[in-house]
Ligand binder design. Structure first.
Ligand code: NAD
Ligand code: MG
Length: 393
């Protein structure tokens, strides 16, 4: 039997982290854990590290260090806290690193993993939106493979694999439409954070659930696809598909369309990234197309979901616009989740910040520090825009 693969999970306590642990926990002969990280929850992180026999555990919040140390005492598992510890977790030897921290907080550790030439399983789409050029260049320079975890990108990756790239016309990402797909603008004005995080098809972290509800998630994913697959803005499409069974499609010059289908369960794309170029068996319920009977598709509505229009504009503008879009969205979503912004304010604020930023010529960040600096500036503009907004609660 071949040696087990070593795996590091950045963001091990989250939704993607938990699904990844569910898969690797079933195959202890095939995977061993190297490092695991979390944002603040030392207790949950220590439990994961103990249960799965990790060698190192790092928590982002320095205030959680004492608790992590106490929870791990006697286990022989090393631990650390703060930004340097997250980077250490990413740099420790591992065959694959699952990048599943939410937001630009994941950028520094994920880039550190790439710099070691490690294969990165990328769930953290904000990394690519905020610093796509820098991210992909670092991967190329260090010959680090980047395997998509996002379900739509996993689908497109599979539909592109082994084909002639010159014959690709377009790639389409599907969107479920989120919990408010059929809601009127009047209704959208009123929706609460609790309603927004309740997704009809997928069970996910709070931020990506809100992004799904505004359709910003699909906008971020277009930018992610642009970088991952070197496809132009003109080649990328979005199609609303409420059943979330077809995840992505690639259209070729001969009229063929190749699509990937799977039930809406992240364990399928996670499994592909863990096993690629092989495959592994998952406990995901199998598709029953006869029972589903029909699959439906519709165009996205950019009037009710203006966040997608802002993301398309940022993709078209290029330069620093996607970094600004991502930072403004992260701040606005966090404010919405604590009840300080209303649902439609998220897109209003993001649009206002993009307009403000467009007054300065912004080049795409070439290095991590450039991305972090632009990210900080855009967050400041966003907080100013929120303080000024007459509509905000
Ligand atoms: P989540 O909120 O459930 O988990 C996020 C993880 O990051 C947790 O382990 C948390 O402790 C950690 N974290 C949070 N803030 C941090 C910080 N400041 N520093 C370090 N660590 C921090 O999120 P999720 O749903 O698992 O999503 C993770 C990423 O995967 C996101 O970028 C999301 O867009 C992407 N993604 C998620 C899904 C999904 O189904 N959940 C699907 C596709 C892509
Ligand atoms: Mg997705």
């Amino acid at each position: 039997m071949s040696e087990p693969q070593s795996l590091t999970i950045l963001g091990a306590t989250g939704s993607i982290g938990t699904s990844t642990l569910d898969l690797v926990g079933r195959l202890p002969e095939r995977f061993v854990l190297s490092s695991v990280t979390a944002g603040t929850n030392a207790k949950a992180l220590a439990a994961i590290a103990r249960r799965h026999g990790a060698q190192f555990a790092a928590v982002a919040d320095p205030a959680a260090y004492e608790e992590l140390k106490a929870q791990l005492s006697g286990s022989g598992i090393a631990c650390g806290a703060g930004p340097a510890a997250l980077v250490e977790a990413a740099e420790r030897p591992a065959d694959r690193v699952m990048a599943a921290i939410v937001g630009t907080a994941g950028l520094a550790p994920t880039l550190a993993a790439l710099r070691r030439g490690t294969t990165v399983l990328l769930a953290n789409k904000e990394c690519l939106v905020s610093a796509g050029d820098c991210f992909m260049r670092t991967a190329r320079e260090h010959e680090a493979e980047v395997l998509p975890v996002d379900s739509e990108h996993s689908a497109i990756f599979q539909a592109l694999e082994g084909r002639n790239r010159d014959c690709v016309e377009t790639a389409t990402l599907t969107a479920s439409g989120g919990p408010f797909r059929t809601a009127s603008l009047e209704r959208l004005e009123q929706v609460t954070a609790a309603e927004a995080v309740c997704h009809p098809n997928w069970s996910m972290g709070a931020k990506v659930s809100v992004d799904s509800a505004t359709l910003m998630n699909k906008g971020l994913e277009l930018i992610e696809a642009h970088h991952l697959f070197a496809l132009s803005a003109e080649q990328l499409r979005v199609l609303v598909h409420p059943e979330s069974v077809v995840h992505g499609l690639v259209s070729y010059t001969d009229g063929s369309v190749l699509a990937q289908l799977a039930p809406p369960d992240m364990r399928t794309p996670i499994a592909l990234s863990l096993a690629w170029p092989a495959r592994m068996t998952t406990p995901v319920p199998r598709l029953d197309l006869a029972r589903l009977a029909k699959l439906t598709f519709e165009e996205p509505d950019l009037v009710r979901f203006p966040a997608l229009a802002h993301a398309l504009a940022a993709l078209g503008a290029g330069g620093g616009a996607p970094t600004v879009l991502n930072a403004a969205n992260e701040v606005a979503v966090a404010e919405f989740l604590v009840g300080r912004l209303r649902f439609l304010d998220i897109a209003r604020i993001v649009g206002a910040v993009l307009d403000r930023a467009a007054a300065s010529p912004l080049t795409a960040p070439a290095e991590l520090d450039d991305a972090l600096e632009l990210d900080r500036w855009a967050r400041m503009l966003t907080r100013e825009a929120i303080a000024r907004a007459p509509e905000s609660a």
